[in-house]
Write a protein that binds this ligand. Structure first.
Ligand code: SF4
Length: 353
């Protein structure tokens, strides 16, 4: 399978070139694109508006699917966690999170992750490899088909978050290409403002991102108000420290468009970064940098062995939130989803027994 071309990761232009090269008329590219992305059919033979001979020709040289679902867990809150494997046997994790009014799919941009955030289980894997654009897109198609059936309507629309395994900005080109394919109105039609990309702080890419014309919402994982603590919790801070990170954030804030969301994520680790003093320092830091348009998502840590961190109790969380709000910083607490199946933030790569 590996030597076959993965058409699910092709843009419409690449598909047009591909069909021309195999001697087919150009309009076939549109049919193939719609078949794969709008109708979510990952099997050429089932795209029956293509002539049989073309379907056979496609099967010889190309493939629509390279990911295999190895296991799937359904949480009591409806969250679904998918463990997949690439054709060359690398793990990929994807999580479906339903709420009353919308669905969110949390996808992976890398297999494993090279960053060593101390509170994250994926970090223990190290980087296995970057995912291709096709592997990113395919995660979404597989999940939607599992939940709703092949090609069936998705009643709530779909939000995407690049918060699964991996640092998306270390696989920037493939990520941006995949998001472009998924935004196409002849395909999944999940446009940029329904997508959030979360970075641990790859500063040069934040500046590059700020220049994008159609860009998704940005989230920056901060999780500590001082370099001393952040160096320990998120070692990427030793490469780009808080001052550099917040200066880049300021550049994004300057170019924010209407309706665009910009958030900082702050994982609350009991007894580590959740004291009132941390909250005060954090609020002062954001105010000093004039980052008033940024909201803070507080994420109580999700326990995952062998990590030794634990979540703060709810009074501590409320106190932390209250201090931020009293200093003019908008703060929200993210409710954990799918904890029982290890699908919550920071728990990916934990094997459910
Ligand atoms: S929190 Fe994100 S960036 Fe950090 S190690 Fe985990 S997957 Fe990588």
């Amino acid at each position: 399978m590996s030597e076959k071309i993965h058409l699910t990761g092709f843009s419409t232009q690449e598909l047009a070139d591909f069909v021309q090269n195999i001697g087919e008329p150009k309009f076939r590219a549109g049919q193939i694109f719609k078949g794969l992305h709008e109708r979510r059919i990952l099997d050429f033979d089932a795209i029956t508006d293509l002539p049989k001979a073309l379907r056979e020709k496609l099967d010889e040289t190309a493939t629509a699917t390279t990911l295999k679902v190895e296991s799937r867990y359904v949480s009591e809150d409806g969250t679904r966690r998918f463990l997949m494997k690439t054709h060359d046997n690398f793990p990929v994790e994807t999580v479906f999170i339903p709420t009353e009014n919308r669905d969110t799919i949390c996808f992976s941009s890398q297999s494993g992750c090279p960053l060593k955030c101390d509170f994250c289980l994926t970090a223990k894997l190290g980087l296995l490899r970057n995912l291709t654009a096709g592997e990113i897109v395919e995660q979404i198609i597989i999940v939607l088909n599992d939940v709703y059936g092949i090609g069936a309507e998705t009643p709530h629309g779909t939000n995407l978050v690049a918060m699964g395994a991996g640092e998306p900005f270390l696989n920037y080109e493939n990520l941006i290409k995949a998001l472009g394919i998924m935004a196409d109105e002849n395909g999944l039609f999940i446009v940029a403002n329904r997508v959030t990309v979360s970075t641990a702080g790859i500063v040069p890419k934040i500046y590059e991102f700020a220049k994008l014309e159609k860009r998704p919402n940005l989230a920056i994982s901060l999780s500590a108000p001082s370099d001393e603590l952040r160096d320990k919790l998120m070692p990427i801070n030793r490469r780009w420290n808080i001052e550099e990170l917040l200066t880049a954030a300021k550049a994004v804030q300057k170019t924010l468009r209407r309706g665009e969301r910009f958030t900082f994520e702050y994982v609350l680790l009991g007894g580590v970064n959740d004291a009132d003093e941390h909250a005060r320092t954090l609020a002062n830091l954001l105010n000093k940098h004039d980052l008033q348009k940024v909201k803070i998502n507080l994420i109580p840590h999700n326990p995952a062995e062998p990590l030794e961190y634990h979540p703060p109790n709810s009074e501590r969380v409320e106190s932390f939130k209250g201090i931020l709000e009293s200093r003019g910083v908008a703060a929200y607490v993210r409710r954990p989803r799918g904890r029982d199946i290890y699908a919550a933030c920071g728990q990916l790569a934990a094997v459910k027994g």
